[in-house]
Design a binder for this molecule. Structure first.
Ligand code: SF4
Ligand code: SF4
Ligand code: SF4
Ligand code: FES
Length: 792
């Protein structure tokens, strides 16, 4: 829209016609107070805090509902306006408990801030306050009615934002009250509840402390926490999150997951897991001492030095006597990129094997190959917020990639994006779809064939081929289509779908996987036939310095088959639970020396000869790559005494095996530089200096345990990882393009993709140890009226 020029508080401003005055002012640095307004949600005009004076208009007007217009003259802060806002606050405070000293929102409360600014703490209303007991609506959502200022943000957030509609308004006028969707008289405990996705978005949007979370309430004050911006560890979306951390006697504890920094790829969103399921890290079942199995079969705690010594010597001996190819290495989807890279380098250069794999949750090898040689054909998660049209084939983002689902809903709602959904199930996102095609079970291959031009395949994909034909024509006519692909599509079928998409001008693709670094694990070469960047092991000039075996190694299942035949001398598992995931017969490993780096006694760890207690993604630094190829930083937030990062453990074991440390991790480079003052008033400046030095490769990498030492090598060697370090280190996301060589295609390896099929309330091993997720699951099971089923 054309720009218009208008005047606010004497300043000339321009903004596109139609922009809301409140937003136009904010962009120009003029903050207009607001309670009910929430960007992206429908307008409510309920609170009247945003009143302003428009020239030639008799009454004060609400800035949140007034679009800017040419020549408009506005005053935002006159005595008359201040008085009006003060009166509004006095009304709001009339029945407000003013329990700021104990309220969770104290220090972060918009009502508190406004009261401070407008000085309305004294009230005309001296009537006794109408007290109501707090209500527990679910394990994570609590409601304190007297604190509610009836802005209706929560109702709109849940309905419009989440498409859940679990909250509504009861009664009228001053008796209005926010009410959940499961009434008290229909529940076994005679208390009202919410039947919902437990995302906490309503709590986040609430400007006061009326909605609070079951995991954080009354635990601490906001100013007593350190706030660490990092990346969620749960699903493949990789939402940016801020963790609230406080000190404990044995390290530090994460007490809150939040989205204070709304600059991330997820905008305002966090789902239930991102917001609350950090609690696995605080679980008492964490292993915090290295354990070595004794001859009587029991585990004995040993010192770290003993453990490294034992593991290093034994692996060296087995490599030297039975050969590196008798050893298998399995990595995880929640290692950092630096750890995954180091692990495969360790396997290939220290052990001398390509027997390396990970639990694959999507076929990134075929994805990279299908897009080899293309530029600007991969989408970032940010594109889901702006693309004019989206085709979603397979997958169920509401459950498996909630950030993606949020972005799509927001895009459809605010930009009228056209969503096309093809799925063999009635997934929830079909409610936003302009067209939905219900596929026959296992019909994805036939669909891909049909879309790519094989008309005969249509009848195997759907019952109504004519409707599918119209659908294909409509989708083909779209420009700048974003094609999101679920993990159902693999190998040749995935390539066919991409072939179809490539015929659409400007189409971009993303392949959705399950875990925080599923994509990074594949990109970094945790594969038996691919070096990092999907470089085939057989044709590697780039990685010539590795001097690694040129023939493909054993894949995940072949490793266990070899163990069953007594041919696997050792297995090194880092952050993965293949025994449970692939239903491995424990007897298969009886003759194999097994080392497992883990947080908990998983099924795989229980079979180990040595368990090394590992830090999780919230307890270390590095980078991860989400399903879309967006690279982000993870920063150490929590700390647990007794655990170590996988990076450090791999280095220590390699050292004990006699590896050349400087070859494995190129540390010791960089220049010494004055880091400036690191404490007190200038500490922010020192932080900025440190980030700049690191980004420009000037900081000394004094330790082989420094993940940024290996990042240099990733940047240098891994196709597609030409990372902008300053961007990464400043906490911003950056989109990377896969850069597979198009020349060499892998042969016909079997399909090893095994989707995790996680839901809103499960998250692999982490979910099993999250008390919150277990509570929510139990809550759902115990409430007969609760409809949202995790497995839907
Ligand atoms: S937690 Fe999420 S789904 Fe539940 S009521 Fe709040 S906004 Fe709605
Ligand atoms: S609970 Fe919070 S968000 Fe909802 S209406 Fe009340 S004050 Fe607003
Ligand atoms: S959508 Fe995924 S990455 Fe985002 S908060 Fe939820 S689990 Fe974490
Ligand atoms: S913010 Fe404008 S009326 Fe509430």
């Amino acid at each position: 829209m054309a720009d218009v020029t208008f005047t606010v508080d004497g300043k000339k401003l321009t903004a596109p016609a139609g922009t809301l005055l409140i937003d136009a002012c904010k962009s120009a640095g003029i903050e207009i107070p607001a309670f009910c307004y929430y960007p992206g949600l429908s307008l409510q005009a309920a609170c009247r805090m945003c009143v302003v004076r428009l020239e030639k208009v008799p009454k004060l007007q609400t800035a949140c509902t007034t679009p800017v217009a040419e020549g408009m003259v506005v005053q935002t802060e006159t005595p008359e306006i201040v008085q009006a806002r003060k009166a509004t606050l006095q009304l709001l405070l009339g029945n407000h408990p003013l329990d700021c000293p104990v309220c969770d929102a104290g220090g972060e409360c918009e009502l508190q801030d406004m009261t401070f600014k407008y000085g309305a703490a004294e009230s005309f209303y001296a009537e006794p306050k109408n007290h109501r007991e707090e209500q527990k609506w679910s394990p994570v959502v609590y409601f304190d009615r007297p604190r509610c200022i009836l802005c209706y943000r929560c109702v709109r957030m849940c309905g419009e934002g989440m498409d859940v509609f679990a909250l509504g308004i009861q009664n009228r006028g001053s008796s209005s009250v926010i009410a959940p969707n499961v009434p008290a008289d229909l529940t076994p405990d005679h208390l009202a509840h919410v039947d919902c996705e437990q995302c906490g978005m309503c709590i986040d949007a609430c400007p006061v402390g009326a909605l609070t979370s079951g995991t954080y309430r009354y635990k601490t004050r906001p100013w007593e926490m350190n706030h660490v911006a990092t990346t969620c560890t749960h699903c493949g979306d990789g939402c940016k999150t801020t963790l609230g951390v406080r000190s404990t006697s044995d390290g530090s504890e994460i007490v809150r997951g939040d989205n204070r920094d709304k600059s991330g790829i997820n905008g305002d969103f966090l789902c239930n897991k991102g917001r609350y399921a950090f609690d696995f890290a605080n679980n008492d079942d964490r292993i915090t001492q290295p354990l070595v199995r004794q001859s009587n079969g029991e585990f004995k705690p040993v010192s770290w030095e003993e453990a490294f010594d034992y593991v290093g010597k034994r692996l060296r001996e087995l490599r030297d006597t039975r050969g590196g190819k008798s050893i298998g290495v399995i990595g995880g989807n929640r290692l950092t990129n630096e750890e995954a890279y180091l692990l495969q380098k360790f396997a290939r250069t220290v052990v001398g094997t390509n027997n390396i794999d990970h639990h694959r949750t999507a076929d990134y090898v075929s994805f990279a190959q299908a897009l080899a040689g293309q530029t600007n054909r991969t989408a970032s998660l940010r594109d889901t917020l702006t693309a004019p049209a989206i085709l979603l084939v397979g997958g169920d983002p509401t459950n498996q990639a909630p950030g993606t689902a949020w972005n799509i809903r927001t895009n459809v709602r605010n930009n009228r994006a056209r969503l096309y959904v093809v799925n063999s199930a009635e997934i929830k996102l079909r409610r936003q779809a302009k067209a939905f095609v219900r596929l026959a079970p296992f019909g994805y291959g036939a669909l891909a064939g049909y879309l790519a031009g094989d008309n005969a395949a249509g009848s195997s994909a759907v019952t109504d081929v004519n409707a599918l034909s119209t659908f294909r024509d409509t989708v083909k006519a779209e420009e700048n289509l974003l094609i999101l692909i679920g993990s159902e599509l693999r190998g040749a079928e995935l390539k066919k779908l991409i072939e179809f998409g490539l015929s659409i001008p400007g189409a971009k693709f993303a392949l959705l996987a399950d875990y925080a670094n599923s994509r990074g694990a594949a990109d970094m070469g945790l594969l038996p036939d691919m070096l990092p960047g999907y470089t085939p092991v057989s044709s590697s000039n780039t990685f010539a310095e590795y001097n690694a075996p040129a023939e493909a190694g054993l894949d995940m299942l072949e490793i266990f088959d070899a163990a069953g035949r007594g041919e696997l001398s050792a297995l090194y598992v880092v952050g993965s639970n293949p025994v449970a995931r692939y239903s491995v017969d424990p007897a298969a490993l009886k003759d194999t020396f097994v080392v497992v780096q883990e947080m908990f006694l998983t099924e795989t760890a229980a079979l180990a000869d040595v368990i090394l207690p590992a830090a999780n993604l919230y307890e270390k630094s590095g980078s991860v790559t989400n399903s879309y190829g967006d690279l982000q930083q993870v920063k150490k937030a929590g700390d647990r005494a007794g655990v170590r990062t996988d990076f450090e453990m791999i280095v220590r074991i390699a050292d004990k095996m006699g590896a050349d440390m400087r070859k494995l991790v190129p540390f010791g480079k960089g220049l010494r530089a004055d880091m400036g003052q690191s404490r007190g008033a200038q500490s922010g400046e020192a932080d900025r200096h440190a980030i700049w030095l690191t980004a420009n490769n000037l900081e000394p990498k004094l330790s082989p345990f420094d993940p940024y030492a290996i990042l240099d090598e990733i940047q240098r060697l891994v196709p597609g990882y030409n990372v902008l370090r300053l961007q990464l280190l400043s906490g911003n996301d950056q989109h990377l393009q896969p850069a597979a060589s198009g020349l060499v295609q892998i042969g016909n390896r079997r399909d090893l993709v095994l989707p995790a099929n996680d839901t809103l309330f499960t998250s692999g091993t982490l979910g099993r140890y999250s008390a919150m997720l277990n509570d929510v699951q139990q809550y759902q099971a115990n409430q007969p009226l609760i409809q949202i089923q995790a497995a839907d």
